[in-house]
Design a protein around this ligand. Structure first.
Ligand SMILES: *[C@@H]1O[C@H](CO)[C@@H](O)[C@H](O)[C@H]1NC(C)=O
Ligand SMILES: *[C@@H]1O[C@H](CO)[C@@H](O)[C@H](O)[C@H]1NC(C)=O
Ligand SMILES: *[C@@H]1O[C@H](CO)[C@@H](O)[C@H](O)[C@H]1NC(C)=O
Length: 916
């Protein structure tokens, strides 16, 4: 009754009534017992003495005084006996009251035990349903396992397929031997040594050197030609010496056929011709390459086999690494010139046609001259320039045009001068060659890449052009492709695009350039990835960081910290009932090459790695967890929903059950660390704790580590680096990582809530203390700010959830310059992580709960409060902006609380969390 807190509960009323009734009963009893004998006695004695009822009428009798005294005595006696009786009754009443109180207590106790039994039952039910789930999952996994597809070993003598009638008809289906490349083969590539064929001597030494270096660092390369799926031959670009003329195409053909694995028709061979100059020979045109595919920058239409040959980018940076810091910033969006074009035509199309029309060309066109738009283009662009409506720069003659193919617009001047002009251009025009048969040319390729490199948005005039890797790269996201016939509408079109779209295109262009074209390694990677994607073989899995464990003694039994584990009456989730559960890995091996190639090629980080899991997997509709795809889900209340109690018993949400791993970076603070670890005791859904021991000094021998009922893995690091916090340790077996500092104080309910929120925003950083980037008006630069603010753009990774995917990206994909800066300042790794995630997702982080700081109030001040720390963080921000070319961070103005937080609830309902 006490628990009802004064409310007149339904169970309270009968007890009050009963108490009233008892009082009434005892009064009646008292009346009967006391007054009835008195009256009876008096009556009886009167009859006795008078001899009859009417005697009294005759006046007082003799001896009345004596009689009176006796009467009083009698009365006294009666009174005594009555009061004695009363005392006895009182005692009895008290006894009964005592009994009642005892019974009440027992009822209370019974009620309590019912409650706890109910709780136990709920727990048991959970265990049963967990076990049932696990059983079902086991059964589901036990469905007849498909063995790996039969690995077809190609027959040495039998080329398998009948060769197509002409090499021109070659497609993957008719010319490629899939038997050499099983889906699970891992795509082994054999590269011929350029010294093994005499043609190799003529190859430009710089191209050769860059190629050889790239081959060395490529993981698909195998030394064993008998297992290879693809055979790569570097055939160009050739260097002409006046002393020794180039060998003839027939000579090359002979040498190709003599290659040891050519196997009569060159199937599964790729002839790679990398151009460094804008004038590049198209010598393969006159070579019969059999069933080998070609990868080069220049193709004539009659030569190019769609879906089989590859248009590749020219090799702009053969050996030098491009310096990302020299790339101009992406903002302001609009630059000095709306568009620019500089070029010179060596020969007009008409004159080239008169001299030597390509054979097939004449046949197809039946003598009709093709529309030559070049004159119209020149006229229109000049008119735009003269109108001064926008500042544009067009030049159709130049001082020193670079050698180029006839009919192509030659590049003007030196690369550096061209880049200077492009840096001032919003758009860069790329006019495809007048010869419509030239579907790709090295000259146009160079224009395209020089534009992308400095953030000028390419406008390709001539929609017949085949841009590099167009099967996979969606160029319309980074460049504007217009038919030449629209030249008069071009100015209007370019002016109509919004800044938002322009910046998105510029950003995408930067991504494409950086990922596919910027270095010779990228160029080779991309060529191989393109073939690999076309034949649907998955990429090699990304590297995990092998965790070298430091052995340690567990022993200290961890208690529970009452202050930190408090969530009112609620359990936060199944602790002992849930076995460790690692996130499933590699469920989408073939998704990236067989289904989702668009995303793999057009979104960071590109197609080069296979990730065990990503935060971007599509979610199932809700009914799927009940009908058909039900393994692994833990719907709340079994699907019926519910408030606090049911909520805490199941994970719910839109994704199957999972656990998280705590990754804790520590540096020589053993006691702080031990306390921190102890506080993790009893945390539901915790899979494992990985302690990153960031010191060369091992932990002291006599240190007793708390036993929290879970593995604590202590990993050795090579050097003291804050980047170690984000290494993708193989010991981390869950998708969710909770990164916490060794001195971070978080309550269990806060952690649980953070985990649940992260599960719904798996691509974001979800954490507690917020920070933001502020514009310094005086210095026109960014400042790091930790003041209380209604807007935030970063969440400190000293207490935050993120997906392991970002650990791979941080360690292996993010530009090295950023990690170097983190090491130099021993600071800013959290800023770097926020930059990375916002760059990839274009979303701000998510802040949960009202907490703004996560360190314990009484702890010694962390270093994050002195001035130099802040100063460094300002510097980091501005440096990172330079590396990315723009400020990736985005502001957010809301934080997340649990659903029933601050909602008034009826008595029979409980909140999801008591305090958050
Ligand atoms: C192919 O050979 C013919 C005849 O030798 C020559 O005229 C032509 O220019 C060559 N084509 C290319 C693209 O090299
Ligand atoms: C997917 O790839 C990973 C890594 O290469 C491999 O371990 C796993 O067995 C593959 N799964 C399937 C179904 O092929
Ligand atoms: C934070 O706020 C205080 C007082 O409003 C101000 O003096 C200080 O400069 C602010 N700090 C930063 C980093 O902006």
């Amino acid at each position: 009754m006490q628990r009802n807190g004064g409310g007149v509960g339904a169970s309270g009323q009968p007890w009050v009534l009963r108490r009233v009734r008892l009082t009434w009963l005892s009064f009646m009893l008292f009346f009967i017992l006391v007054f009835f004998p008195l009256i009876a006695h008096y009556y009886l004695t009167t009859i006795d003495e008078a001899g009859g009822p009417d005697k009294r009428i005759f006046g007082p009798r003799p001896g009345g005084e004596l009689c009176e005294a006796k009467h009083v005595q009698d009365l006294c006696r009666i009174r005594e006996s009555v009061s004695e009786e009363l005392l006895q009754l009182e005692a009895k009443r008290q006894e009964l009251n005592g009994e009642i109180a005892r019974l009440n207590l027992r009822i209370e106790a019974c009620k309590r035990s019912i409650d706890s039994a109910k709780q136990d039952l709920l727990q048991l039910k959970n265990v049963i349903s967990q076990t049932e789930h696990s059983y079902k999952e086991l059964m589901a996994q036990n469905q007849p396992k498909l063995s790996l597809p039969v690995r077809l070993l190609p027959d040495k003598d039998d080329p398998g397929l009948p060769p197509p009638k002409s090499a021109r008809a070659c497609r993957l289906r008719s010319c490629f031997d899939y038997a050499r490349c099983p889906l699970t083969s891992g795509f082994p590539v054999y590269v011929y040594d350029t010294g093994s064929y005499s043609w190799g001597e003529y190859i430009d030494p710089l191209v050769k050197q860059a190629f050889v270096a790239s081959v060395k660092s490529n993981i698909y390369i195998t030394d064993n030609p008998s297992i290879a799926c693809l055979y790569v031959v570097l055939v160009g670009e050739l260097q002409e010496f006046p002393s020794s003329p180039l060998p003839s195409p027939a000579e090359l053909e002979k040498q190709l056929k003599a290659l040891p694995y050519w196997r009569s028709d060159g199937h599964n061979h790729l002839l790679v011709h990398l151009s460094r100059k804008s004038l590049t020979q198209n010598f393969l045109y006159n070579v019969s390459t059999g069933r080998a595919a070609m990868a080069q920058s220049t193709f004539l239409e009659q030569q190019y086999r769609e879906g089989f040959d590859l248009v590749v980018s020219p090799l702009v940076h053969a050996l030098s690494e491009p310096n990302f810091l020299e790339v101009p910033p992406q903002v302001p969006v609009k630059r000095k010139y709306l568009f620019t074009f500089q070029g010179e035509r060596v020969e007009s199309l008409r004159s080239s046609l008169q001299e030597s029309p390509p054979q097939s060309f004449e046949e197809e066109m039946e003598g009709d001259p093709p529309a030559d738009y070049d004159d119209r283009i020149i006229g229109t662009l000049k008119a735009v320039q003269d109108s001064h409506l926008d500042q544009v720069l067009v030049e159709f003659t130049c001082k020193n045009p670079q050698p180029s193919l006839a009919t192509e617009w030659a590049l003007c001047g030196e690369r550096e001068d061209r880049l200077e002009v492009l840096k001032a251009s919003t758009f860069a025009l790329v006019i495809s060659p007048g010869d419509g048969q030239l579907v790709a040319s090295a000259g146009c390729g160079m224009r395209l890449f020089e534009a992308l490199e400095v953030g000028a948005i390419p406008v390709v005039l001539g929609d017949h052009s085949r841009l590099p890797y167009h099967q996979h790269i969606r160029w319309s996201e980074a460049a504007i492709l217009v038919p030449k016939a629209r030249i008069t509408e071009l100015h209007f079109l370019l002016r109509s695009l919004s800044d938002n779209d322009l910046l998105a295109m510029r950003r995408q262009g930067r991504f494409l350039w950086e990922t596919y074209f910027s270095t010779s390694e990228n160029v080779l990677n991309t060529i191989l990835a393109s073939i690999r994607t076309s034949i649907q073989v998955p990429a090699a899995p990304i590297r995990e960081e092998p965790a070298q464990e430091i052995p340690h003694k567990a022993g200290k039994l961890a208690g529970t910290d009452a202050n930190l584990a408090d969530n009112g009456d609620l359990d936060l989730g199944p602790v002992e009932t849930e076995p460790p559960y690692a996130s499933p890995r590699f469920l989408r091996n073939f998704t990236y090459t067989a289904a989702d190639t668009y995303r793999t090629w057009n979104r960071a980080p590109g197609p080069f790695h296979l990730f065990p899991h990503t935060p971007l997997d599509p979610v199932l509709p809700s009914e799927a967890k009940f009908l058909g795809s039900g393994t692994g889900f833990r719907p709340i209340g079994g699907g019926t929903g519910g408030s606090g109690k049911e909520f805490q018993a199941a994970l719910g949400g839109n994704v199957p059950r999972e656990q998280f791993t705590v990754v804790m970076l520590t540096y020589e603070r053993e006691e702080v660390l031990m306390n921190s670890l102890e506080r993790l005791n009893g945390l539901p859904y915790l899979n494992k704790v990985v302690v990153v021991w960031n010191s060369p000094k091992p932990p002291s021998d006599d240190l007793l580590w708390p036993d929290i009922g879970l593995p604590i893995v202590v990993v050795r690091t090579e050097k003291n680096s804050l980047n170690n916090r984000f290494l993708p340790w193989d010991a981390v077996e869950t998708e969710a990582i909770l990164s916490i500092d060794d001195d971070a104080h978080l309550r269990h309910d806060e952690i649980m809530f953070g985990f649940r929120v992260w599960r719904e925003a798996r691509d974001r950083i979800v954490g507690f203390p917020g920070r933001f980037h502020a514009w310094d008006v005086n210095h026109q630069s960014w400042l790091y700010n930790s003041n209380y603010s209604c807007e935030l753009s970063m969440v400190l990774t000293g207490a935050a959830f993120f997906h392991k995917y970002y650990a791979y990206l941080y360690s292996y994909v993010m530009p090295q310059a950023i990690r170097d800066m983190v090491d130099e300042y021993i600071n800013c790794e959290d800023i770097a992580m926020n930059f990375l995630v916002s760059h990839i997702t274009r979303k701000p982080p998510i802040k949960v709960t009202s907490r703004w700081t996560f360190r314990c109030p009484g702890c010694p001040q962390a270093l994050s409060h002195d001035d130099s720390h802040f100063h460094e963080r300002h510097k980091c921000i501005n440096f990172f902006v330079k590396v990315y070319g723009y400020m990736p961070l985005l502001y957010t103005q809301f934080r997340v609380d649990s659903v029933l937080f601050k909602t008034r609830l009826p008595h029979d309902k409980t909140k999801c969390f008591k305090f958050i």
